[in-house]
Design a protein around this ligand. Structure first.
Ligand code: HEM
Length: 471
């Protein structure tokens, strides 16, 4: 109970349990060890928790039922919250940041860009990038795996969104995103925006990089209007969706197409990069699982380079993807939801203005939902499939969140992960230099710092005996 609030009249007047006061302590925990802080709140107070940080009320939900309630049943009252910064490289309302009707319209266009029919075109670009990813690792004994995985992801996204023939360098996308992140932090400082306007080398360089990316993007938009062009990229889809009757809505102008393409790419890099990096950690810590993956890849590919047709023959690689995302969902806490009016969740009052934290990682590691919940055991997903579906409770596995704000890039991310990992595993052993897991960022999605690995050739085939059950 908040001191001075008086005795609650009923459950619905009562705030959820949680630490009272200690606002500065809470914000320090939130900024320095977000994931662990959420785990501790759950362990101490239960499935719904209320706490405060300076100038903000916060809540957090940890159970499948309550997460479903916030994301689905009461979704109109819990909308994504983005703090306003004075700097904005992407001024238009975009899918991830929009609410209500704007979100509904944009969601239709975006989901039509990632239908199963459109995936083979992106898949070809992804596979070419996966082979280049392997080449780069093979020619360097010691590398920062995170950097290389990020390059691979950028290459695939730029090819799929802007177009393969534009050959936009992954470094360009990466430097624009890095500059955007640092400028957003800068703009939170009192004189941040003024600093950004000065002709400092950083600002001049950033402006030049944005201009270069803009030029390629607008050229791609222009070319998409040419009926002779095959339209195999996301920008072409954005340009043509209304004319081709895919949706009954079109972007008002080219700058909105550019902005949507940028939010898509900028928002879609860190999660796949982090997932690949965490998988390398988990596989190195679990040799039998790594061996089973190597065997599957050897048998499915039989010494050839991977093609799209091989992806269905790699069920264990898909299970590694699922299990990595269970233990380390990149969006371990979703973008906070702003409570638009007083609501009752799980029998407790969540006051208007509260920022609701939806804690996927804590939920996906619950011992009452998953057997051996803290163990990396990809085979659990194959056992589940054999038994006609997952044995975990409904809504307890949501690394891509759920409708109406489900991730549009799930199939793309799976293709990226399986193609990249299978290509590496086929020829290489990637050994992390440290036993420690990659360090998650405390704000947003992704990995902090480097993740050094050593790379050595793997002799093929590693073992040709029939596969034995492995974890
Ligand atoms: C392992 C990889 C990925 C994971 C785990 C992931 C997870 C998520 C999650 C949890 C959300 C919801 C965020 C929230 O509501 O707070 C989301 C949204 C979104 N993701 Fe992903 N994502 C991944 C990769 C991608 C990729 C590769 C793309 C595009 C190619 C993509 C496109 C999107 C879009 C457009 C949204 C916004 C959906 C909306 O607000 O309606 N994601 N993603």
């Amino acid at each position: 109970m908040i001191p001075g609030m008086g005795e609650p009249a009923s459950a619905a007047d009562r705030l959820p349990p949680g630490p009272r006061g200690r606002k500065l302590h809470n914000i320090r925990q939130r900024l320095s060890r977000h994931s662990e802080f959420m785990d501790e709140l759950h362990a101490e107070y239960g499935d719904i928790v209320f706490f405060e940080i300076p100038a903000r009320k916060c809540a957090a939900v940890f159970s499948a039922e309550l997460i479903h309630e916030v994301l689905v049943e009461q979704e109109p009252y819990f909308q994504p919250y983005y703090p306003k910064t004075s700097y904005n490289l992407i001024p238009s309302p975009c899918l991830a940041t929009s609410r209500f009707e704007t979100h509904t319209e944009l969601e239709k266009v975006m989901s039509a860009a990632f239908t199963p029919e459109r995936m083979p075109a992106y898949g070809k670009a992804i596979i070419d990038n996966a082979l280049a990813f392997r080449e780069r690792l093979a020619s360097n004994g010691n590398v920062d795996f995170k950097y290389e995985a990020e390059r691979y992801t950028w290459g695939s996204l730029l090819d799929a969104v802007i177009g393969v023939d534009f050959k936009v360098e992954p470094e360009l996308g990466k430097s624009v995103l890095d500059a955007m992140k640092s400028d957003m932090l800068l703009s939170l400082l009192p004189f941040g925006l003024a600093l950004k306007r000065l002709p400092l080398p950083h600002n001049v360089r950033t402006a030049r990089q944005i201009k270069a990316l803009d030029e390629q993007t607008y050229r791609s938009i222009e070319r998409a209007r040419d009926p002779a062009h095959d339209g195999d990229n996301v920008i072409s889809h954005f340009v043509r969706a209304a004319d081709e009757d895919v949706v009954d809505w079109s972007f008002p102008d080219d700058s909105e197409i550019r902005d949507e393409a940028y939010t898509l790419m900028f928002g879609a890099v860190d999660a796949p990069t982090g997932t690949l990096t965490h998988a390398i950690h988990f596989l190195a810590r679990n040799p039998p699982a790594r061996e089973r993956l190597e065997q599957e890849v050897d048998q499915a590919l039989d010494g050839r380079s991977i093609t799209l047709a091989d992806l269905d023959r790699l069920p264990y690689a898909h299970a590694v993807f699922k299990e990595t995302l269970r233990l380390e969902p990149p969006a371990y806490v979703l973008i906070p939801r702003e409570t638009l009016e007083d609501r009752v969740v799980g029998g407790y009052l969540v006051p208007k203005g509260t920022l609701m934290n939806v804690c996927m990682r804590t939920m996906q590691r619950r011992q009452d939902y998953f057997d051996d919940a803290d163990e990396f055991r990809p085979a659990r997903w194959l056992e589940d499939a054999e038994q006609g579906g997952s044995r975990c409770p409904a809504h307890s596995y949501l690394p891509f969140s759920t409708k109406p704000r489900i991730c549009q890039g799930e199939d793309f991310a799976r293709l990226l992960f399986v193609s990249g990992l299978a290509s590496l595993v086929q020829n290489l052993r990637v050994e992390p230099e440290s036993d420690d897991p990659p360090t998650k960022t405390n704000i947003g999605v992704g990995i902090m710092g480097k993740y050094p690995v050593s790379v050595s050739p793997r002799t093929w085939p590693s073992r040709r005996t029939p596969m034995e059950p492995q974890p």
